[in-house]
Design a protein around this ligand. Structure first.
Ligand SMILES: [Zn+2]
Length: 688
């Protein structure tokens, strides 16, 4: 296929990428090249899988497991580029391709995991795994393949597999419908305001509301929308109680407004289908199925943690409520604190108690300095250096750094893409163009951090809020998990770990932002270059546990309701609204606080289902990160080299080489207790 007219030479996605770090020729890529490239890559992978399954030679680790690990490379390469671009620089054309290829990829994955001859080879190898002479890593890879296939239904009979495939396809389209409904309800709502309605709103909130109104053709007016940043800002600052109530009601009713976008029936169907899938696979409930392959292992273990936190969080939230109610009384207000009042009075109280104003902090958090701070932390912990790399990228705002270790050995490429733009999805995440492995020669990873910080006017420094800086450190922790990966087999690389373990490297890294010596060095005033005054630094760090009663209740209620919802043995007659009401009554949810995500718009659970029966994961990881940072604190040196080495060997560098319980125990010498988390959130008794 070497003629000039062959698709390989016309379509750069199918050519060899010979540039540095194996980057694709971004400038030459066009949306219309993706569909044919993905089709070709899918066909190539199907061919490889068929050849492995039909191999006449007796199954061996190399001709089955390692062969699977070597397969699908073209597909990985093309889909990595596609999904990176779909997230950071999308367009109508890319979105249309995304809708087309997502079900194709799901079907491809089903066909792989329900391939009976292939599974027979894997199961045979797994049954005699102890006599195959495998290394520890090879044994882990084989075990992960076996688990993955079994959990996907590979061991079931044909009728059960057919039913499973049908359930998976139905769940996929219900998930898409669910998120489109939420998006439709969000788009449909805007509260249009006049100048006279803006009492309490700071300048930046007014400017954003004005821009939102303009976007809706309401020049000269102001709009509050249901984007989290818009409505939460309004709830925090607006002095108009009547308007706060309107916005809050619209916010918590997303997906529950009747008509075509109402999600309640979809949820009932999804929960029932998930329950049926779990039963086909031999589990009593979906929660049992889901947690069986997580660090927590059982719903009871996850619930035990949540229960331990819940009563303390409720007590702290009650104390917070009393303080806010007292504030209302002092102002002469004659009403009981309602959910739409909480953020407004909590912000007032923070200003009054800590004398801390966002405007005073912001000039000290420059983006470029905070990137340096994250790099410096990685140098002191792991000996890494970051040097700007001149490589062609997909957008002028993205920046690349070559990463090396203390001995000068190449570690990988880090790409930071920090500013919001219309073609980028909201939120912050880590992703990769290439993952680390050593199976076919040494491959170094290409890791990206995507954020949505406000882009400054030309010539001005980019300034972050303290929360933004925390997000930068969080995502950089994920990036290090990808960069430091030191495994042979791609299946185990980097962040490919249990979802209640994957937030450990990211949440742990946030702790170093709050280390005074890092802040003193890198939090410098954008105009004067002066370090942050000690008094301001102290006030900033003193607010760390402020409002944690509210935040913990808002989060933990969601995690408890999620476990209960997915813990039904028979969910065939589920009334979603009634269930939510009764379950919140059961856990004694405070009347002044609403779940952070009510079920009709709980996208973590129902848009794809990545966190279904898994919303507890954030807190599970937080137990680990709080305890892991204590390991450094206990040595008296937050950069203690011996502790950092264990952290690299067993966590950041270890991918999925070990079961998470084993990995954490190897790092810490024991499993964590909940104490450090309670302290971090200010939930120990004396501070309630
Ligand atoms: Zn994260």
């Amino acid at each position: 296929m070497a003629s000039a007219a062959s698709p390989e030479t016309q379509n750069p996605l199918l050519a060899d990428w010979t540039g540095r770090f194996g980057l694709p020729p971004f400038a030459a890529l066009k949306p219309e090249q993706f569909r044919p490239a993905i089709d070709a890559a899918l066909a190539a992978h199907r061919g490889e899988i068929d050849a492995i399954a039909a191999n006449e030679a007796a199954p061996s680790f190399d001709n089955t497991i390692a062969a699977l690990e070597r397969s699908g490379r073209a597909l990985d390469r093309v889909t990595n580029v596609f999904f990176v671009l779909a997230g950071v620089d999308t367009s109508d054309a890319i979105e249309a391709i995304e809708r087309e290829v997502s079900p194709l990829l799901a079907r491809h994955s089903n066909a792989l995991h329900l391939n009976r001859p292939l599974y027979a080879r894997i199961a045979g190898l797994h049954a005699r795994r102890d006599s195959l002479g495998l290394s520890a890593e090879q044994a882990r890879v084989l075990d992960r393949y076996h688990t993955r296939f079994v959990r996907a239904g590979a061991a079931l009979d044909k009728p059960a597999q057919d039913r499973l495939a049908a359930i998976n396809e139905r769940l996929a389209s219900l998930g898409t419908q669910f998120s489109q409904n939420v998006l439709a309800d969000e788009k449909a709502y805007a509260l249009i305001l006049e100048d006279a309605d803006l009492a309490g709103l700071p300048d930046f909130a007014r400017a954003a509301a004005r821009a939102a109104a303009e976007e809706r053709g309401q020049e000269g007016k102001y709009a509050v929308t249901l984007a989290r940043s818009s409505c939460e800002t309004f709830l925090q600052f607006s002095a108009r109680r009547d308007l706060r109530e309107k916005v809050f009601q619209a916010w918590i009713k997303r997906g529950e407004n009747g008509g075509a976008t109402d999600n309640r029936a979809l949820i009932a169907e999804m929960v029932a289908l998930r329950g049926e899938r779990a039963k086909l696979l031999g589990f009593a409930t979906f929660a049992d199925y889901r947690l069986d392959d997580q660090m927590a292992k059982t719903p009871a273990a996850a619930r035990k943690l949540l229960d331990e936190v819940w009563s303390r969080a409720r007590a702290k939230a009650a104390a917070e409520r009393d303080a806010l109610q007292a504030m209302i009384a002092e102002e002469g207000g004659n009403f009981a604190l309602a959910p739409h009042d909480w953020r407004y009075y909590a912000d007032k109280r923070r200003k009054a108690e800590f004398d801390l104003d966002e405007a005073e902090i912001k000039p000290y958090f420059q983006l470029d300095r905070m990137i340096e701070a994250a790099f410096e932390t990685a140098r002191r912990l792991f000996g890494l250096t970051f040097t700007p790399a001149d490589v062609p990228l997909y957008h002028p705002d993205a920046r690349a750094y070559e990463v090396k270790d203390a001995s000068g050995r190449p570690v990988g490429l880090f790409i930071g893409d920090y500013f919001a733009r219309p073609s980028k999805h909201s939120g912050a995440w880590m992703t990769s163009l290439r993952d680390q492995e050593k199976l076919q020669g040494e491959v170094t990873p290409v890791i990206l951090n995507i954020c949505n910080f406000s882009k400054p006017a030309a010539g001005e420094p980019a300034l972050l809020s303290f929360d933004d800086a925390r997000t930068l450190f969080h995502e950089f922790g994920h990036a290090l998990h990808g960069l430091l990966s030191n495994v042979t087999y791609p299946l185990l690389a980097g962040t490919a770990v249990a979802s209640d373990f994957v937030e450990l490297p990211s949440q742990l890294y946030e702790h170093w932002l709050e280390v005074p010596e890092i802040l003193q060095k890198y939090a410098r005033h954008a105009k004067t270059g002066a370090p942050m005054p000690k008094a301001l630094l102290d006030r900033l760090l003193a607010t760390r546990t402020y409002g944690q009663g509210f935040a913990t209740v808002e989060y933990t209620a969601c995690a408890l309701v999620d476990l209960d919802l997915h813990g039904f043995k028979d969910a065939s007659a589920l009334d979603v609204a009634d269930f939510e009401r009764r379950d919140l009554a059961r856990i004694a949810m405070p009347a002044e606080i609403v779940m952070r995500h009510r079920l009709p718009h709980f996208q973590h659970l129902f848009s794809g289902g990545g966190y279904a029966a898994g919303y507890y994961s954030y807190m599970w990881s937080e137990v680990l990160d709080a305890d892991a940072f204590e390991a450094f604190a206990e040595t008296g040196n937050v950069f203690d080299p011996a502790t950092a080495k264990r952290l690299r060997d067993y966590i950041y560098g270890a991918g999925n080489l070990r079961d998470p319980v084993e990995a954490y125990t190897a790092f810490r010498g024991r499993l964590p207790t909940v104490d450090a988390l309670l302290k971090k959130r200010g939930l120990v008794d004396e501070t309630v």
